[in-house]
Design a protein around this ligand. Structure first.
Ligand code: NAD
Length: 355
């Protein structure tokens, strides 16, 4: 299995190093060979090559079975020409690989329940939601769009459009994902108001017929936003369009209270997908051995499960992370009363010991 590795900027290289250490041990333990190749992206690529996404990076990613990313960006590149900003590298590689689905799990390890923003009686029921967001269509890309002036008034407009094929492929990803979890999909739309949502709902229902073992429900987006804070335990997989998914995935992850714990995946119709922590490059703590490597380590678990169908190996990593948290080890971002403060390296080493 070939993995293209893009450490990126800030804390990227530190957290990716810990992630790869875990991957190597999993390889030894389960008898797999993971071939890795490191390439440049973001600010590191701008410094070395003058662009945030060199052609060699795109080629190497396309030739791989999966891509691991740390994070990109930082103050050093904040004032450069916007057309070559580090974030452009990220958008560019997602586009080049045809990644139309963003998988954002928001789960709460019971050991970190004090970090959660919700009431203890709600937290008690557990949080383990996977938001599957459509990434390349909808109102962010729909045409026509623009700004104008009419009768002395400025106006702006965008178009929310979804084609059958776009809905079908994201729905399939959601149902397949649910099959690896609790087999429940909630499709979120605004079908009481939007025509585009009525088409969305009809196609999702059609696709669901191929997945009789998965339960399908529907919620309007305003209700879904409420239900996420009222009782997140009711959700398994949420599938939704680009705009609603952007908002709901952030809402779902922030309620868990710990940005350094959350992995993500961007996938397309076939490998390679990109697996990465949801947080940024944290320039304020870069190079200080303070970063939490667990989001990256859990991104490796997602890679094993979704890119390589290695469920047992993924579970092994998740169990090791849980055991490490149970032993009381904490990086600064998740530090709580009674916890033992450790750095990025020590946290990675502890996970390996617990594998
Ligand atoms: P950030 O996620 O980098 O940091 C926000 C806060 O969370 C900071 O205080 C940081 O120290 C902390 N934090 C983040 N990850 C952590 C970890 N693993 N362990 C411990 N603490 C952690 O967001 P930001 O400060 O808004 O952005 C910094 C840079 O990252 C910017 O250049 C931004 O554009 C970029 N960014 C990149 C990505 C990405 O690569 N996917 C995502 C978001 C932001």
């Amino acid at each position: 299995m070939k993995i293209c590795v893009m450490p990126g900027d800030g804390i990227g290289p530190e957290i990716v190093e810990q992630g790869l250490n875990v991957l190597n041990v999993i390889g030894e333990k389960f008898g797999h060979t993971f071939e890795t190749e490191e390439v440049l992206i973001g600010g590191a690529a701008i410094d070395a090559k003058g662009v945030p996404l060199p052609d060699e990076t795109v080629e190497a990613c396309k030739a791989a079975d999966a891509v691991l990313l740390g994070a990109v960006g930082g103050p050093k590149w904040d004032t450069i020409d916007p057309s070559i900003r580090p974030e452009r590298g990220l958008l560019g590689i997602r586009k080049a690989l045809g990644l139309f689905a963003n998988l954002r799990p928001a789960s709460l390890f019971p050991q970190l329940k004090d970090a959660c923003f919700l009431r203890p009686d709600i937290v008690e029921k557990g949080i383990d939601v996977m938001v599957v967001r459509e990434l390349t269509g909808g109102i962010y890309f729909g045409e026509p769009k623009g700004e104008g002036e009419k009768d002395g008034q400025k106006y702006g407009f965008n178009t929310m459009v979804y084609y059958e094929e776009e809905i079908r492929r994201i729905a399939k990803i959601a149902f397949e994902t649910a099959r690896k979890r609790k087999k429940r999909v909630c499709s979120v739309d605004k079908a009481n108001v939007l025509d585009v949502s009525r088409v969305w709902r009809a196609i999702v229902i059609e696709v669901s017929k191929e997945y009789p073992d998965v339960e399908l429900t529907h919620l309007y987006v305003d209700n879904a936003a409420m239900q996420l804070v009222r009782d997140p335990s009711q959700f398994d997989v949420i599938v939704t369009g680009n705009l609603f998914g952007d908002i709901l995935s952030d809402e779902a992850s922030v309620i868990t209270g710990s940005i350094g714990m959350l992995p993500s995946a961007s996938v397309g119709a076939a490998n390679p997908g990109i697996f990465e922590p949801i947080h940024g490059s944290a320039p304020d703590i870069a190079g200080e051995d303070k970063a939490n490597p667990l989001a990256t380590i859990l991104s490796i678990a997602m890679m094993l499960r979704y890119a390589f169908n290695l469920d047992k190996e993924a579970e092994c990593i998740e169990a090791a992370v849980e055991k490490t948290l149970s032993s009381g080890l904490r990086t600064g971002d998740i530090m709580d009363e009674g916890g033992t403060l450790v750095g990025c390296k020590a946290m990675g080493e502890a996970v390996i010991k617990n594998l």
